[in-house]
Design a protein. Structure first.
Lengths: 721, 211
């Protein structure tokens, strides 16, 4: 080799053996506390090290020139800084800023119970809705064991914090569901139309809910349907009141589930005596279909449909002379469809849109009188969500709900058809901003603008909520909101120009969730105004001059940790409410309100007998009832005896794909009285005669066998029960 | 002139081989560390090293694989359920990145199944069905990609044991899988010097349930 080549060789060699540079320093958080375990490195190089317990780190590197130092650690924003690697040593002080991680940041919880979404700290799991004894797999039934709800057993609906059952509105995937309950005979409980198995998450609010939801004075029940299924399976159910078959088919990017269910309560009532004089106990045929498809990288399209045809007939006996009876028959046809589409528009924008259609028709025959009622509704909605920064998110949306209602009656006495109908179209815009100051404080402010074309009124309702998390475990939450809702159809059809009924909520809540225990206490004040009232007791002259209030305090304690395989919760609600509405002469406690509501729910998985056992104890203090024999000063001053119920259920798993389910309500057979009905006329002594409104039977016993056929032997319907 | 060009060419090859050797050396050192680690801190250090190598070597799946492995070990040791889920999320992110580099690598898909199984453990009552289904689907894919993968077989045996125990059913199927897994731990050898080797001890412990 030539001399110049050798020189080149040695120069190259010396360049390779250049000096090492030491980069050292300390990593702290914004409070000045040292952070151990932080990954400090030179971008795109192997060189780096982890900070030790006192937060200090030390890196030795042969890299030179302009390099980027990166520091990253879970829960904190990644830090980057450009440095010039020259000289011998570089000293850095790195300060890492906390990231607002949804998993442990403060959450606004006032007036809301969220179930499902397994990673978040929720009070209920999706399974809970379905496994609560006494509910017989009915969503409203299970939610009735939570604070803020009133047990109004003869209806089976959700009555929240001094509000009627009509004041709770159901939404599936953000789209409104009109007529969410199956129709029922008078004073017999109805069931929700949708079964818990369809949903991955439930958000039940007892007040103060988001500006995204409207037309509900008291509560919003927001159900989120399941995403794409993962496995083909066929499910067969053989029930004491019918049978059902469901099939799920899965493709690479889509899945479809279809279910057909036939219910016939007649064989059951043939065996178990009922207080209701059934001519034909309820029979129904229902089908539902759900299709999910992944679209592109982040979009998901969901299509859902539900069809139901049901009928029943009973004899309604007069109170004064029970031998006089009138046949009462109801046939209901229901259809609901919704389509929703959700996708990320880009890194910071998210869009959800949907369309839903509800159709409900009731044909009622009482004696020779015919009444039919039809309600159709279309709901179109679109919401945009935008992350302004990782601390602020805004939500904007618009929707239209267009409803058509008509009722017609054939009166045998006048031999005429009378009909009433109306069309109500409500357009709304809503906006909401949610801002995190840091992990410990969040505030949400929003408003809802509505225009009701039927009455030609525009309105604005503000909503405000905030939460503060002082320590690692507890959090304090506050919510305020103004709400409005069109009165019930039976009143609007008489006076289509009625204004919406209004309410205002103020809620303060404190909750602690730790590992598998939850404690919560909440207090509230609700102001009702513009309620429908009869003028001079005339049900055909209606105004909005009614008002009322509701206030109370509630406690909730849940423990899934203390006793192995046992999960229990206790809930207590105290309600003080009065309202002056409909035919009330002045403000009194309404008939659906009870001062004290208590529930104890217990669930236990007993491995030796391969069964999940549950029982629920419920107590409700007496409710007022209207006694026409009393003078006006004593209007609704008497109360029924208290309500008490112990229900139990057991799911037995002899094999992985087979479940035997037995449930029974009111085990002790207590004769619960929900109220009293009085005869339309006084008897010969001038007194109105009463008849107690009782449960349709002392107990409801339900048996079922569920079979799952699928490739994966460990799959069954236990989570759905 | 010719000599200089030849010399420079040789240097380039030496440098390239040195880079590969540097990669294998760095990986081997950290793989020993992650296998030996006892505490969450030690695991975090090893994971940090793998994340750094992954950042520098954008075409290699192994650093992401071991980063996921480290996070799964941390999740397993962590008592707080919220932090457990946090670590599993980080493991899942590493697995997703690894899958983008090598779609059909049996070890990566088996690691995905491992993550599902630990997630299941956090709350078996609510998560049982969802994650046992997802784990089963992943293990099927992993075994399709490499039927000899002892780790996929070991995880399958764990899933089968869990299911059998939950329903009080006999463990014959699970025991069969365990025996097969142990066999593969003996016979299966990968060509990759930094291929995963873990899991034999766990499999031997599982076998004890079969006598």
């Amino acid at each position: 080799m030539t001399k110049s080549a050798l020189t080149l060789f040695f120069v190259t060699l010396s360049v390779c053996l250049s000096a090492q540079i030491k980069i050292k320093g300390i990593v702290k958080d914004t409070k000045g506390e040292p952070l151990p375990g932080v990954n400090v490195m030179i971008k795109n190089s192997y060189d780096g090290s982890s900070s030790i317990t006192d937060g200090t780190f030390s890196i030795t590197t042969e890299e030179k020139g302009k390099q980027t130092i990166v520091a990253s650690y879970v829960g904190y924003k990644t830090f980057e800084q450009l440095v010039e690697l020259a000289g011998n040593e570089i000293d850095l002080t790195i300060s890492l800023k906390e990231e607002i991680n949804q998993l442990d940041a403060v959450v606004i919880s006032a007036g809301s119970f969220t179930a499902g979404d397994e990673k978040r700290r929720t009070i209920l799991k999706a399974v809970d809705i379905a496994t609560t004894a006494g509910a017989t797999a009915d969503i409203a039934g299970a939610l009735n064991t939570l604070p803020g709800t009133q047990k109004v057993g003869e209806t089976g609906r959700l009555f929240v914090r001094g509000g009627t059952g009509n004041e709770t509105r159901t939404f599936i995937d953000g789209m409104v569901v009109l007529n969410a309950y199956n129709p029922s005979a008078p004073n017999t409980p109805s069931r929700g139309r949708f079964l818990p198995f369809m949903f991955k998450g439930t958000s039940f609010s007892t007040g103060g809910y988001s500006a995204e939801y409207g037309q509900a004075l008291s509560s919003a029940l927001v159900l989120n349907s399941k995403d794409k299924a993962e496995m083909n399976q066929t499910d067969i159910g053989i029930l004491s009141v019918g049978a059902d078959v469901a099939h799920t088919q899965v493709w690479d990017k889509a899945s479809w589930t279809g279910k057909v269910q036939y219910t016939n309560v007649n064989p059951y009532i043939g065996l178990v005596k009922q207080r209701v004089d059934w001519k034909t106990a309820p029979i129904s045929l229902e089908g539902s279909t759900a299709y999910r498809q992944k679209v592109g990288k982040s979009g998901i399209l969901k299509l859902f449909g539900n069809f139901n045809n049901s009928t029943f007939a009973m004899y309604s006996h007069a109170i004064l002379d029970p031998t006089i009876s009138l046949p009462y028959r109801l046939t209901n046809n229901y259809g609901y469809g919704n389509a929703t589409y959700q996708t990320l528009l880009n890194e910071k924008w998210n869009m959800r849109s949907g369309l839903s259609y509800s159709y409900n028709k009731n044909d009622i025959k009482l004696g020779d009188s015919l009444l039919n009622e039809t309600e159709k509704g279309i709901h179109a909605k679109s919401v945009l969500e935008h992350s302004l920064s990782d601390q602020v998110e805004i939500r904007l949306g618009g929707e239209i709900i267009d409803r058509n209602y008509s009722a017609s009656r054939y009166d045998t006495i006048s031999k005429q058809f009378q009909s009433r109908s109306f069309r109500e179209s409500i357009s709304s815009f809503f906006g909401e901003a949610e801002a995190y100051a840091d992990k410990h404080f969040v505030a949400k402010a929003g408003g809802r603008f509505e225009y009701n074309a039927l009455i030609g009124q525009a309105s604005f309702d503000p909503r405000l909520s905030m939460a503060y998390k002082p320590a690692k475990k507890g959090q304090l939450s506050f919510a305020y909101g103004s709400f409005r809702q069109t009165p019930e159809n039976q009143y609007v059809r008489i006076n289509t120009q009625l204004s919406p009924e209004r309410s205002e909520h103020f809620i303060l809540s404190y909750q602690v969730i730790s590992e598998r225990r939850t404690f919560r206490v909440e207090t509230y004040y609700k102001n009702y105004f513009s309620l429908v009232k009869f003028v001079n007791g005339n049900p055909y002259q209606l105004t909005n001059s009614g008002n009322g209030y509701a206030k109370g305090i509630e406690f909730f304690w849940r423990d899934a940790k203390s006793i192995r395989n046992v999960d229990y919760w206790i809930s207590y609600s105290y309600l003080d409410t009065k309202r002056d509405y409909l035919n009330y002469p002045y403000a009194v406690v309404p008939t659906f309100a009870s001062a004290h509501n208590f529930s104890f729910v217990y669930k236990h998985f007993i491995t030796p007998i391969k069964s999940q056992v549950g029982f629920t104890y419920s107590y409700t203090s007496g409710r007022p009832y209207y006694n026409p024999n009393l003078s006006t000063e004593k209007f609704q001053s008497e109360q029924t005896p208290f309500y008490q119920d112990i229900s139990a259920n057991i799911s037995y798993l002899p094999k992985s794909s087979l479940i035997v389910y037995v449930s029974c309500t009111n085990l002790l057979g207590r004769d619960n009285i929900f109220g009293y009905q009085y005869s339309a006329q006084p008897n010969s002594s001038g007194e109105y005669v009463s008849q107690a409104v009782r449960q349709p039977a002392p107990r409801f016993l339900f048996l079922a066998v569920f079979i799952t056929i699928s490739k994966n032997k460990s799959v069954n319907q236990l989570p759905n029960l | 002139m010719k000599t200089i060009i030849l010399f420079l060419a040789m240097t380039a090859t030496v440098v390239a081989k040195a880079n590969d050797a540097k990669y294998v050396e760095a990986m081997s050192k950290n793989i020993e560390a992650v296998y030996k680690a006892q505490t969450i801190e030690e695991l975090q250090n090893a994971v940090n090293a793998f994340d750094r190598i992954a950042n520098a070597e954008k075409t290699k799946w192994e650093p992401l694989y071991y980063s996921a492995f480290g996070y799964v070990m941390m999740a397993d040791r962590e008592k707080d359920n919220l932090k457990k889920d946090n670590y599993l999320d980080l493991a899942a992110t590493s697995v997703e990145k690894a899958k983008k580099i090598n779609e059909n690598e049996s070890e990566i898909i088996a690691m995905e199944a491992f993550i599902h199984l630990i997630r299941l453990n956090v709350d078996p009552a609510s998560r049982g069905q969802k994650y046992s289904t997802l784990a089963m689907l992943s293990l099927e894919k992993a075994l399709q990609a490499n039927p000899e993968n002892p780790r996929a077989l070991m995880l399958l045996a764990q899933l089968q044991f869990g299911t059998a125990r939950f329903f009080g059913a006999p463990t014959t199927q699970a025991c069969g899988t365990v025996t097969k897994a142990l066999e593969k731990y003996e016979t299966y050898k990968s060509e990759n010097p930094i291929a995963p080797r873990w899991g034999k001890e766990t499999t031997e412990k599982l076998k004890q349930n079969c006598q």
